[in-house]
Ligand binder design. Sequence first.
Ligand code: PAF
Length: 283
Amino acid sequence: MPAALPILRSAKQMLDWSRRERAAGRSIGFVPTMGALHRGPLSLVQRARRENDRVVASIFVNPIQFAPGEDFESYPRDLAADRAVLRASRCDVAFVPARASLFPHGFQTVVTVPGLSAPLCGRFRPGHFEGVATIVAKLLHIVEPDRLYLGQKDYQQSLVISRMIRDLDLPVRLVTAPTVREEDGLAMSSRNRYLSPEDRRRAAGIQRALQAGARAVRRGLTSPARVRALVRAALKGIGRVQYVEVLDARDLTAPRRLQGPTVLAAAVFVGRARLIDNVVVKA
Ligand code: PAF
């Protein structure tokens, strides 16, 4: 049996490990996660494996990116299972810090990327992207990777982190990898486990609705309002729609007419799961 995946608990242990690897000339790929791993983050680990000499994954359910009333307490946690699948994906080490070690008493510094954090999920999850940017900035300082891997499913998150990396001159390259999907198109997500079998069947319609909008854009529809309406109509019967937006994919601004890279994004409550997905298309 292969040895269990090494787990590092303190920032100092993690930084020492990374510095030893880099001093030996080895590159490091880093996949930050909140655990409850599925094929989405594992595909990032596999890609990091192909592109780097060493791969680090972090597992930390970040309290400061959950708004009051969200699922922080009930967010699925299963370190033993995560450790096994990370090992099978040939990750080298997992960084699993305790909450108090990352957010000690008196912690108050935050990283904000206001413009990109405002639309889409930012409208409904106050403080979410500030929490994400802050934890990712901290993790980048602790892991010091060459490459950071994020999934396109969290499109807005990727743009926020990309902006932060540029604005703060962080010495890391962001790799945003395609969304991993179930056979019927549902984007993989830790929250899919909240779905009943009936909800699970309906949830696949989110991607189909976004694809219907994308087809209309490809055929030449340039009115964001009409594309939004088309996607909303296609989402009927799937769940409670929180938002459907059609924005400039580069900076998440709302164009009067679609032109160039365009992101169609939606958030839908299906049963008790809040699911997000997106499609990027050229208008
Ligand atoms: O995408 C996630 O799982 C989280 O937002 C991240 C990047 C691990 C930060 O907590």
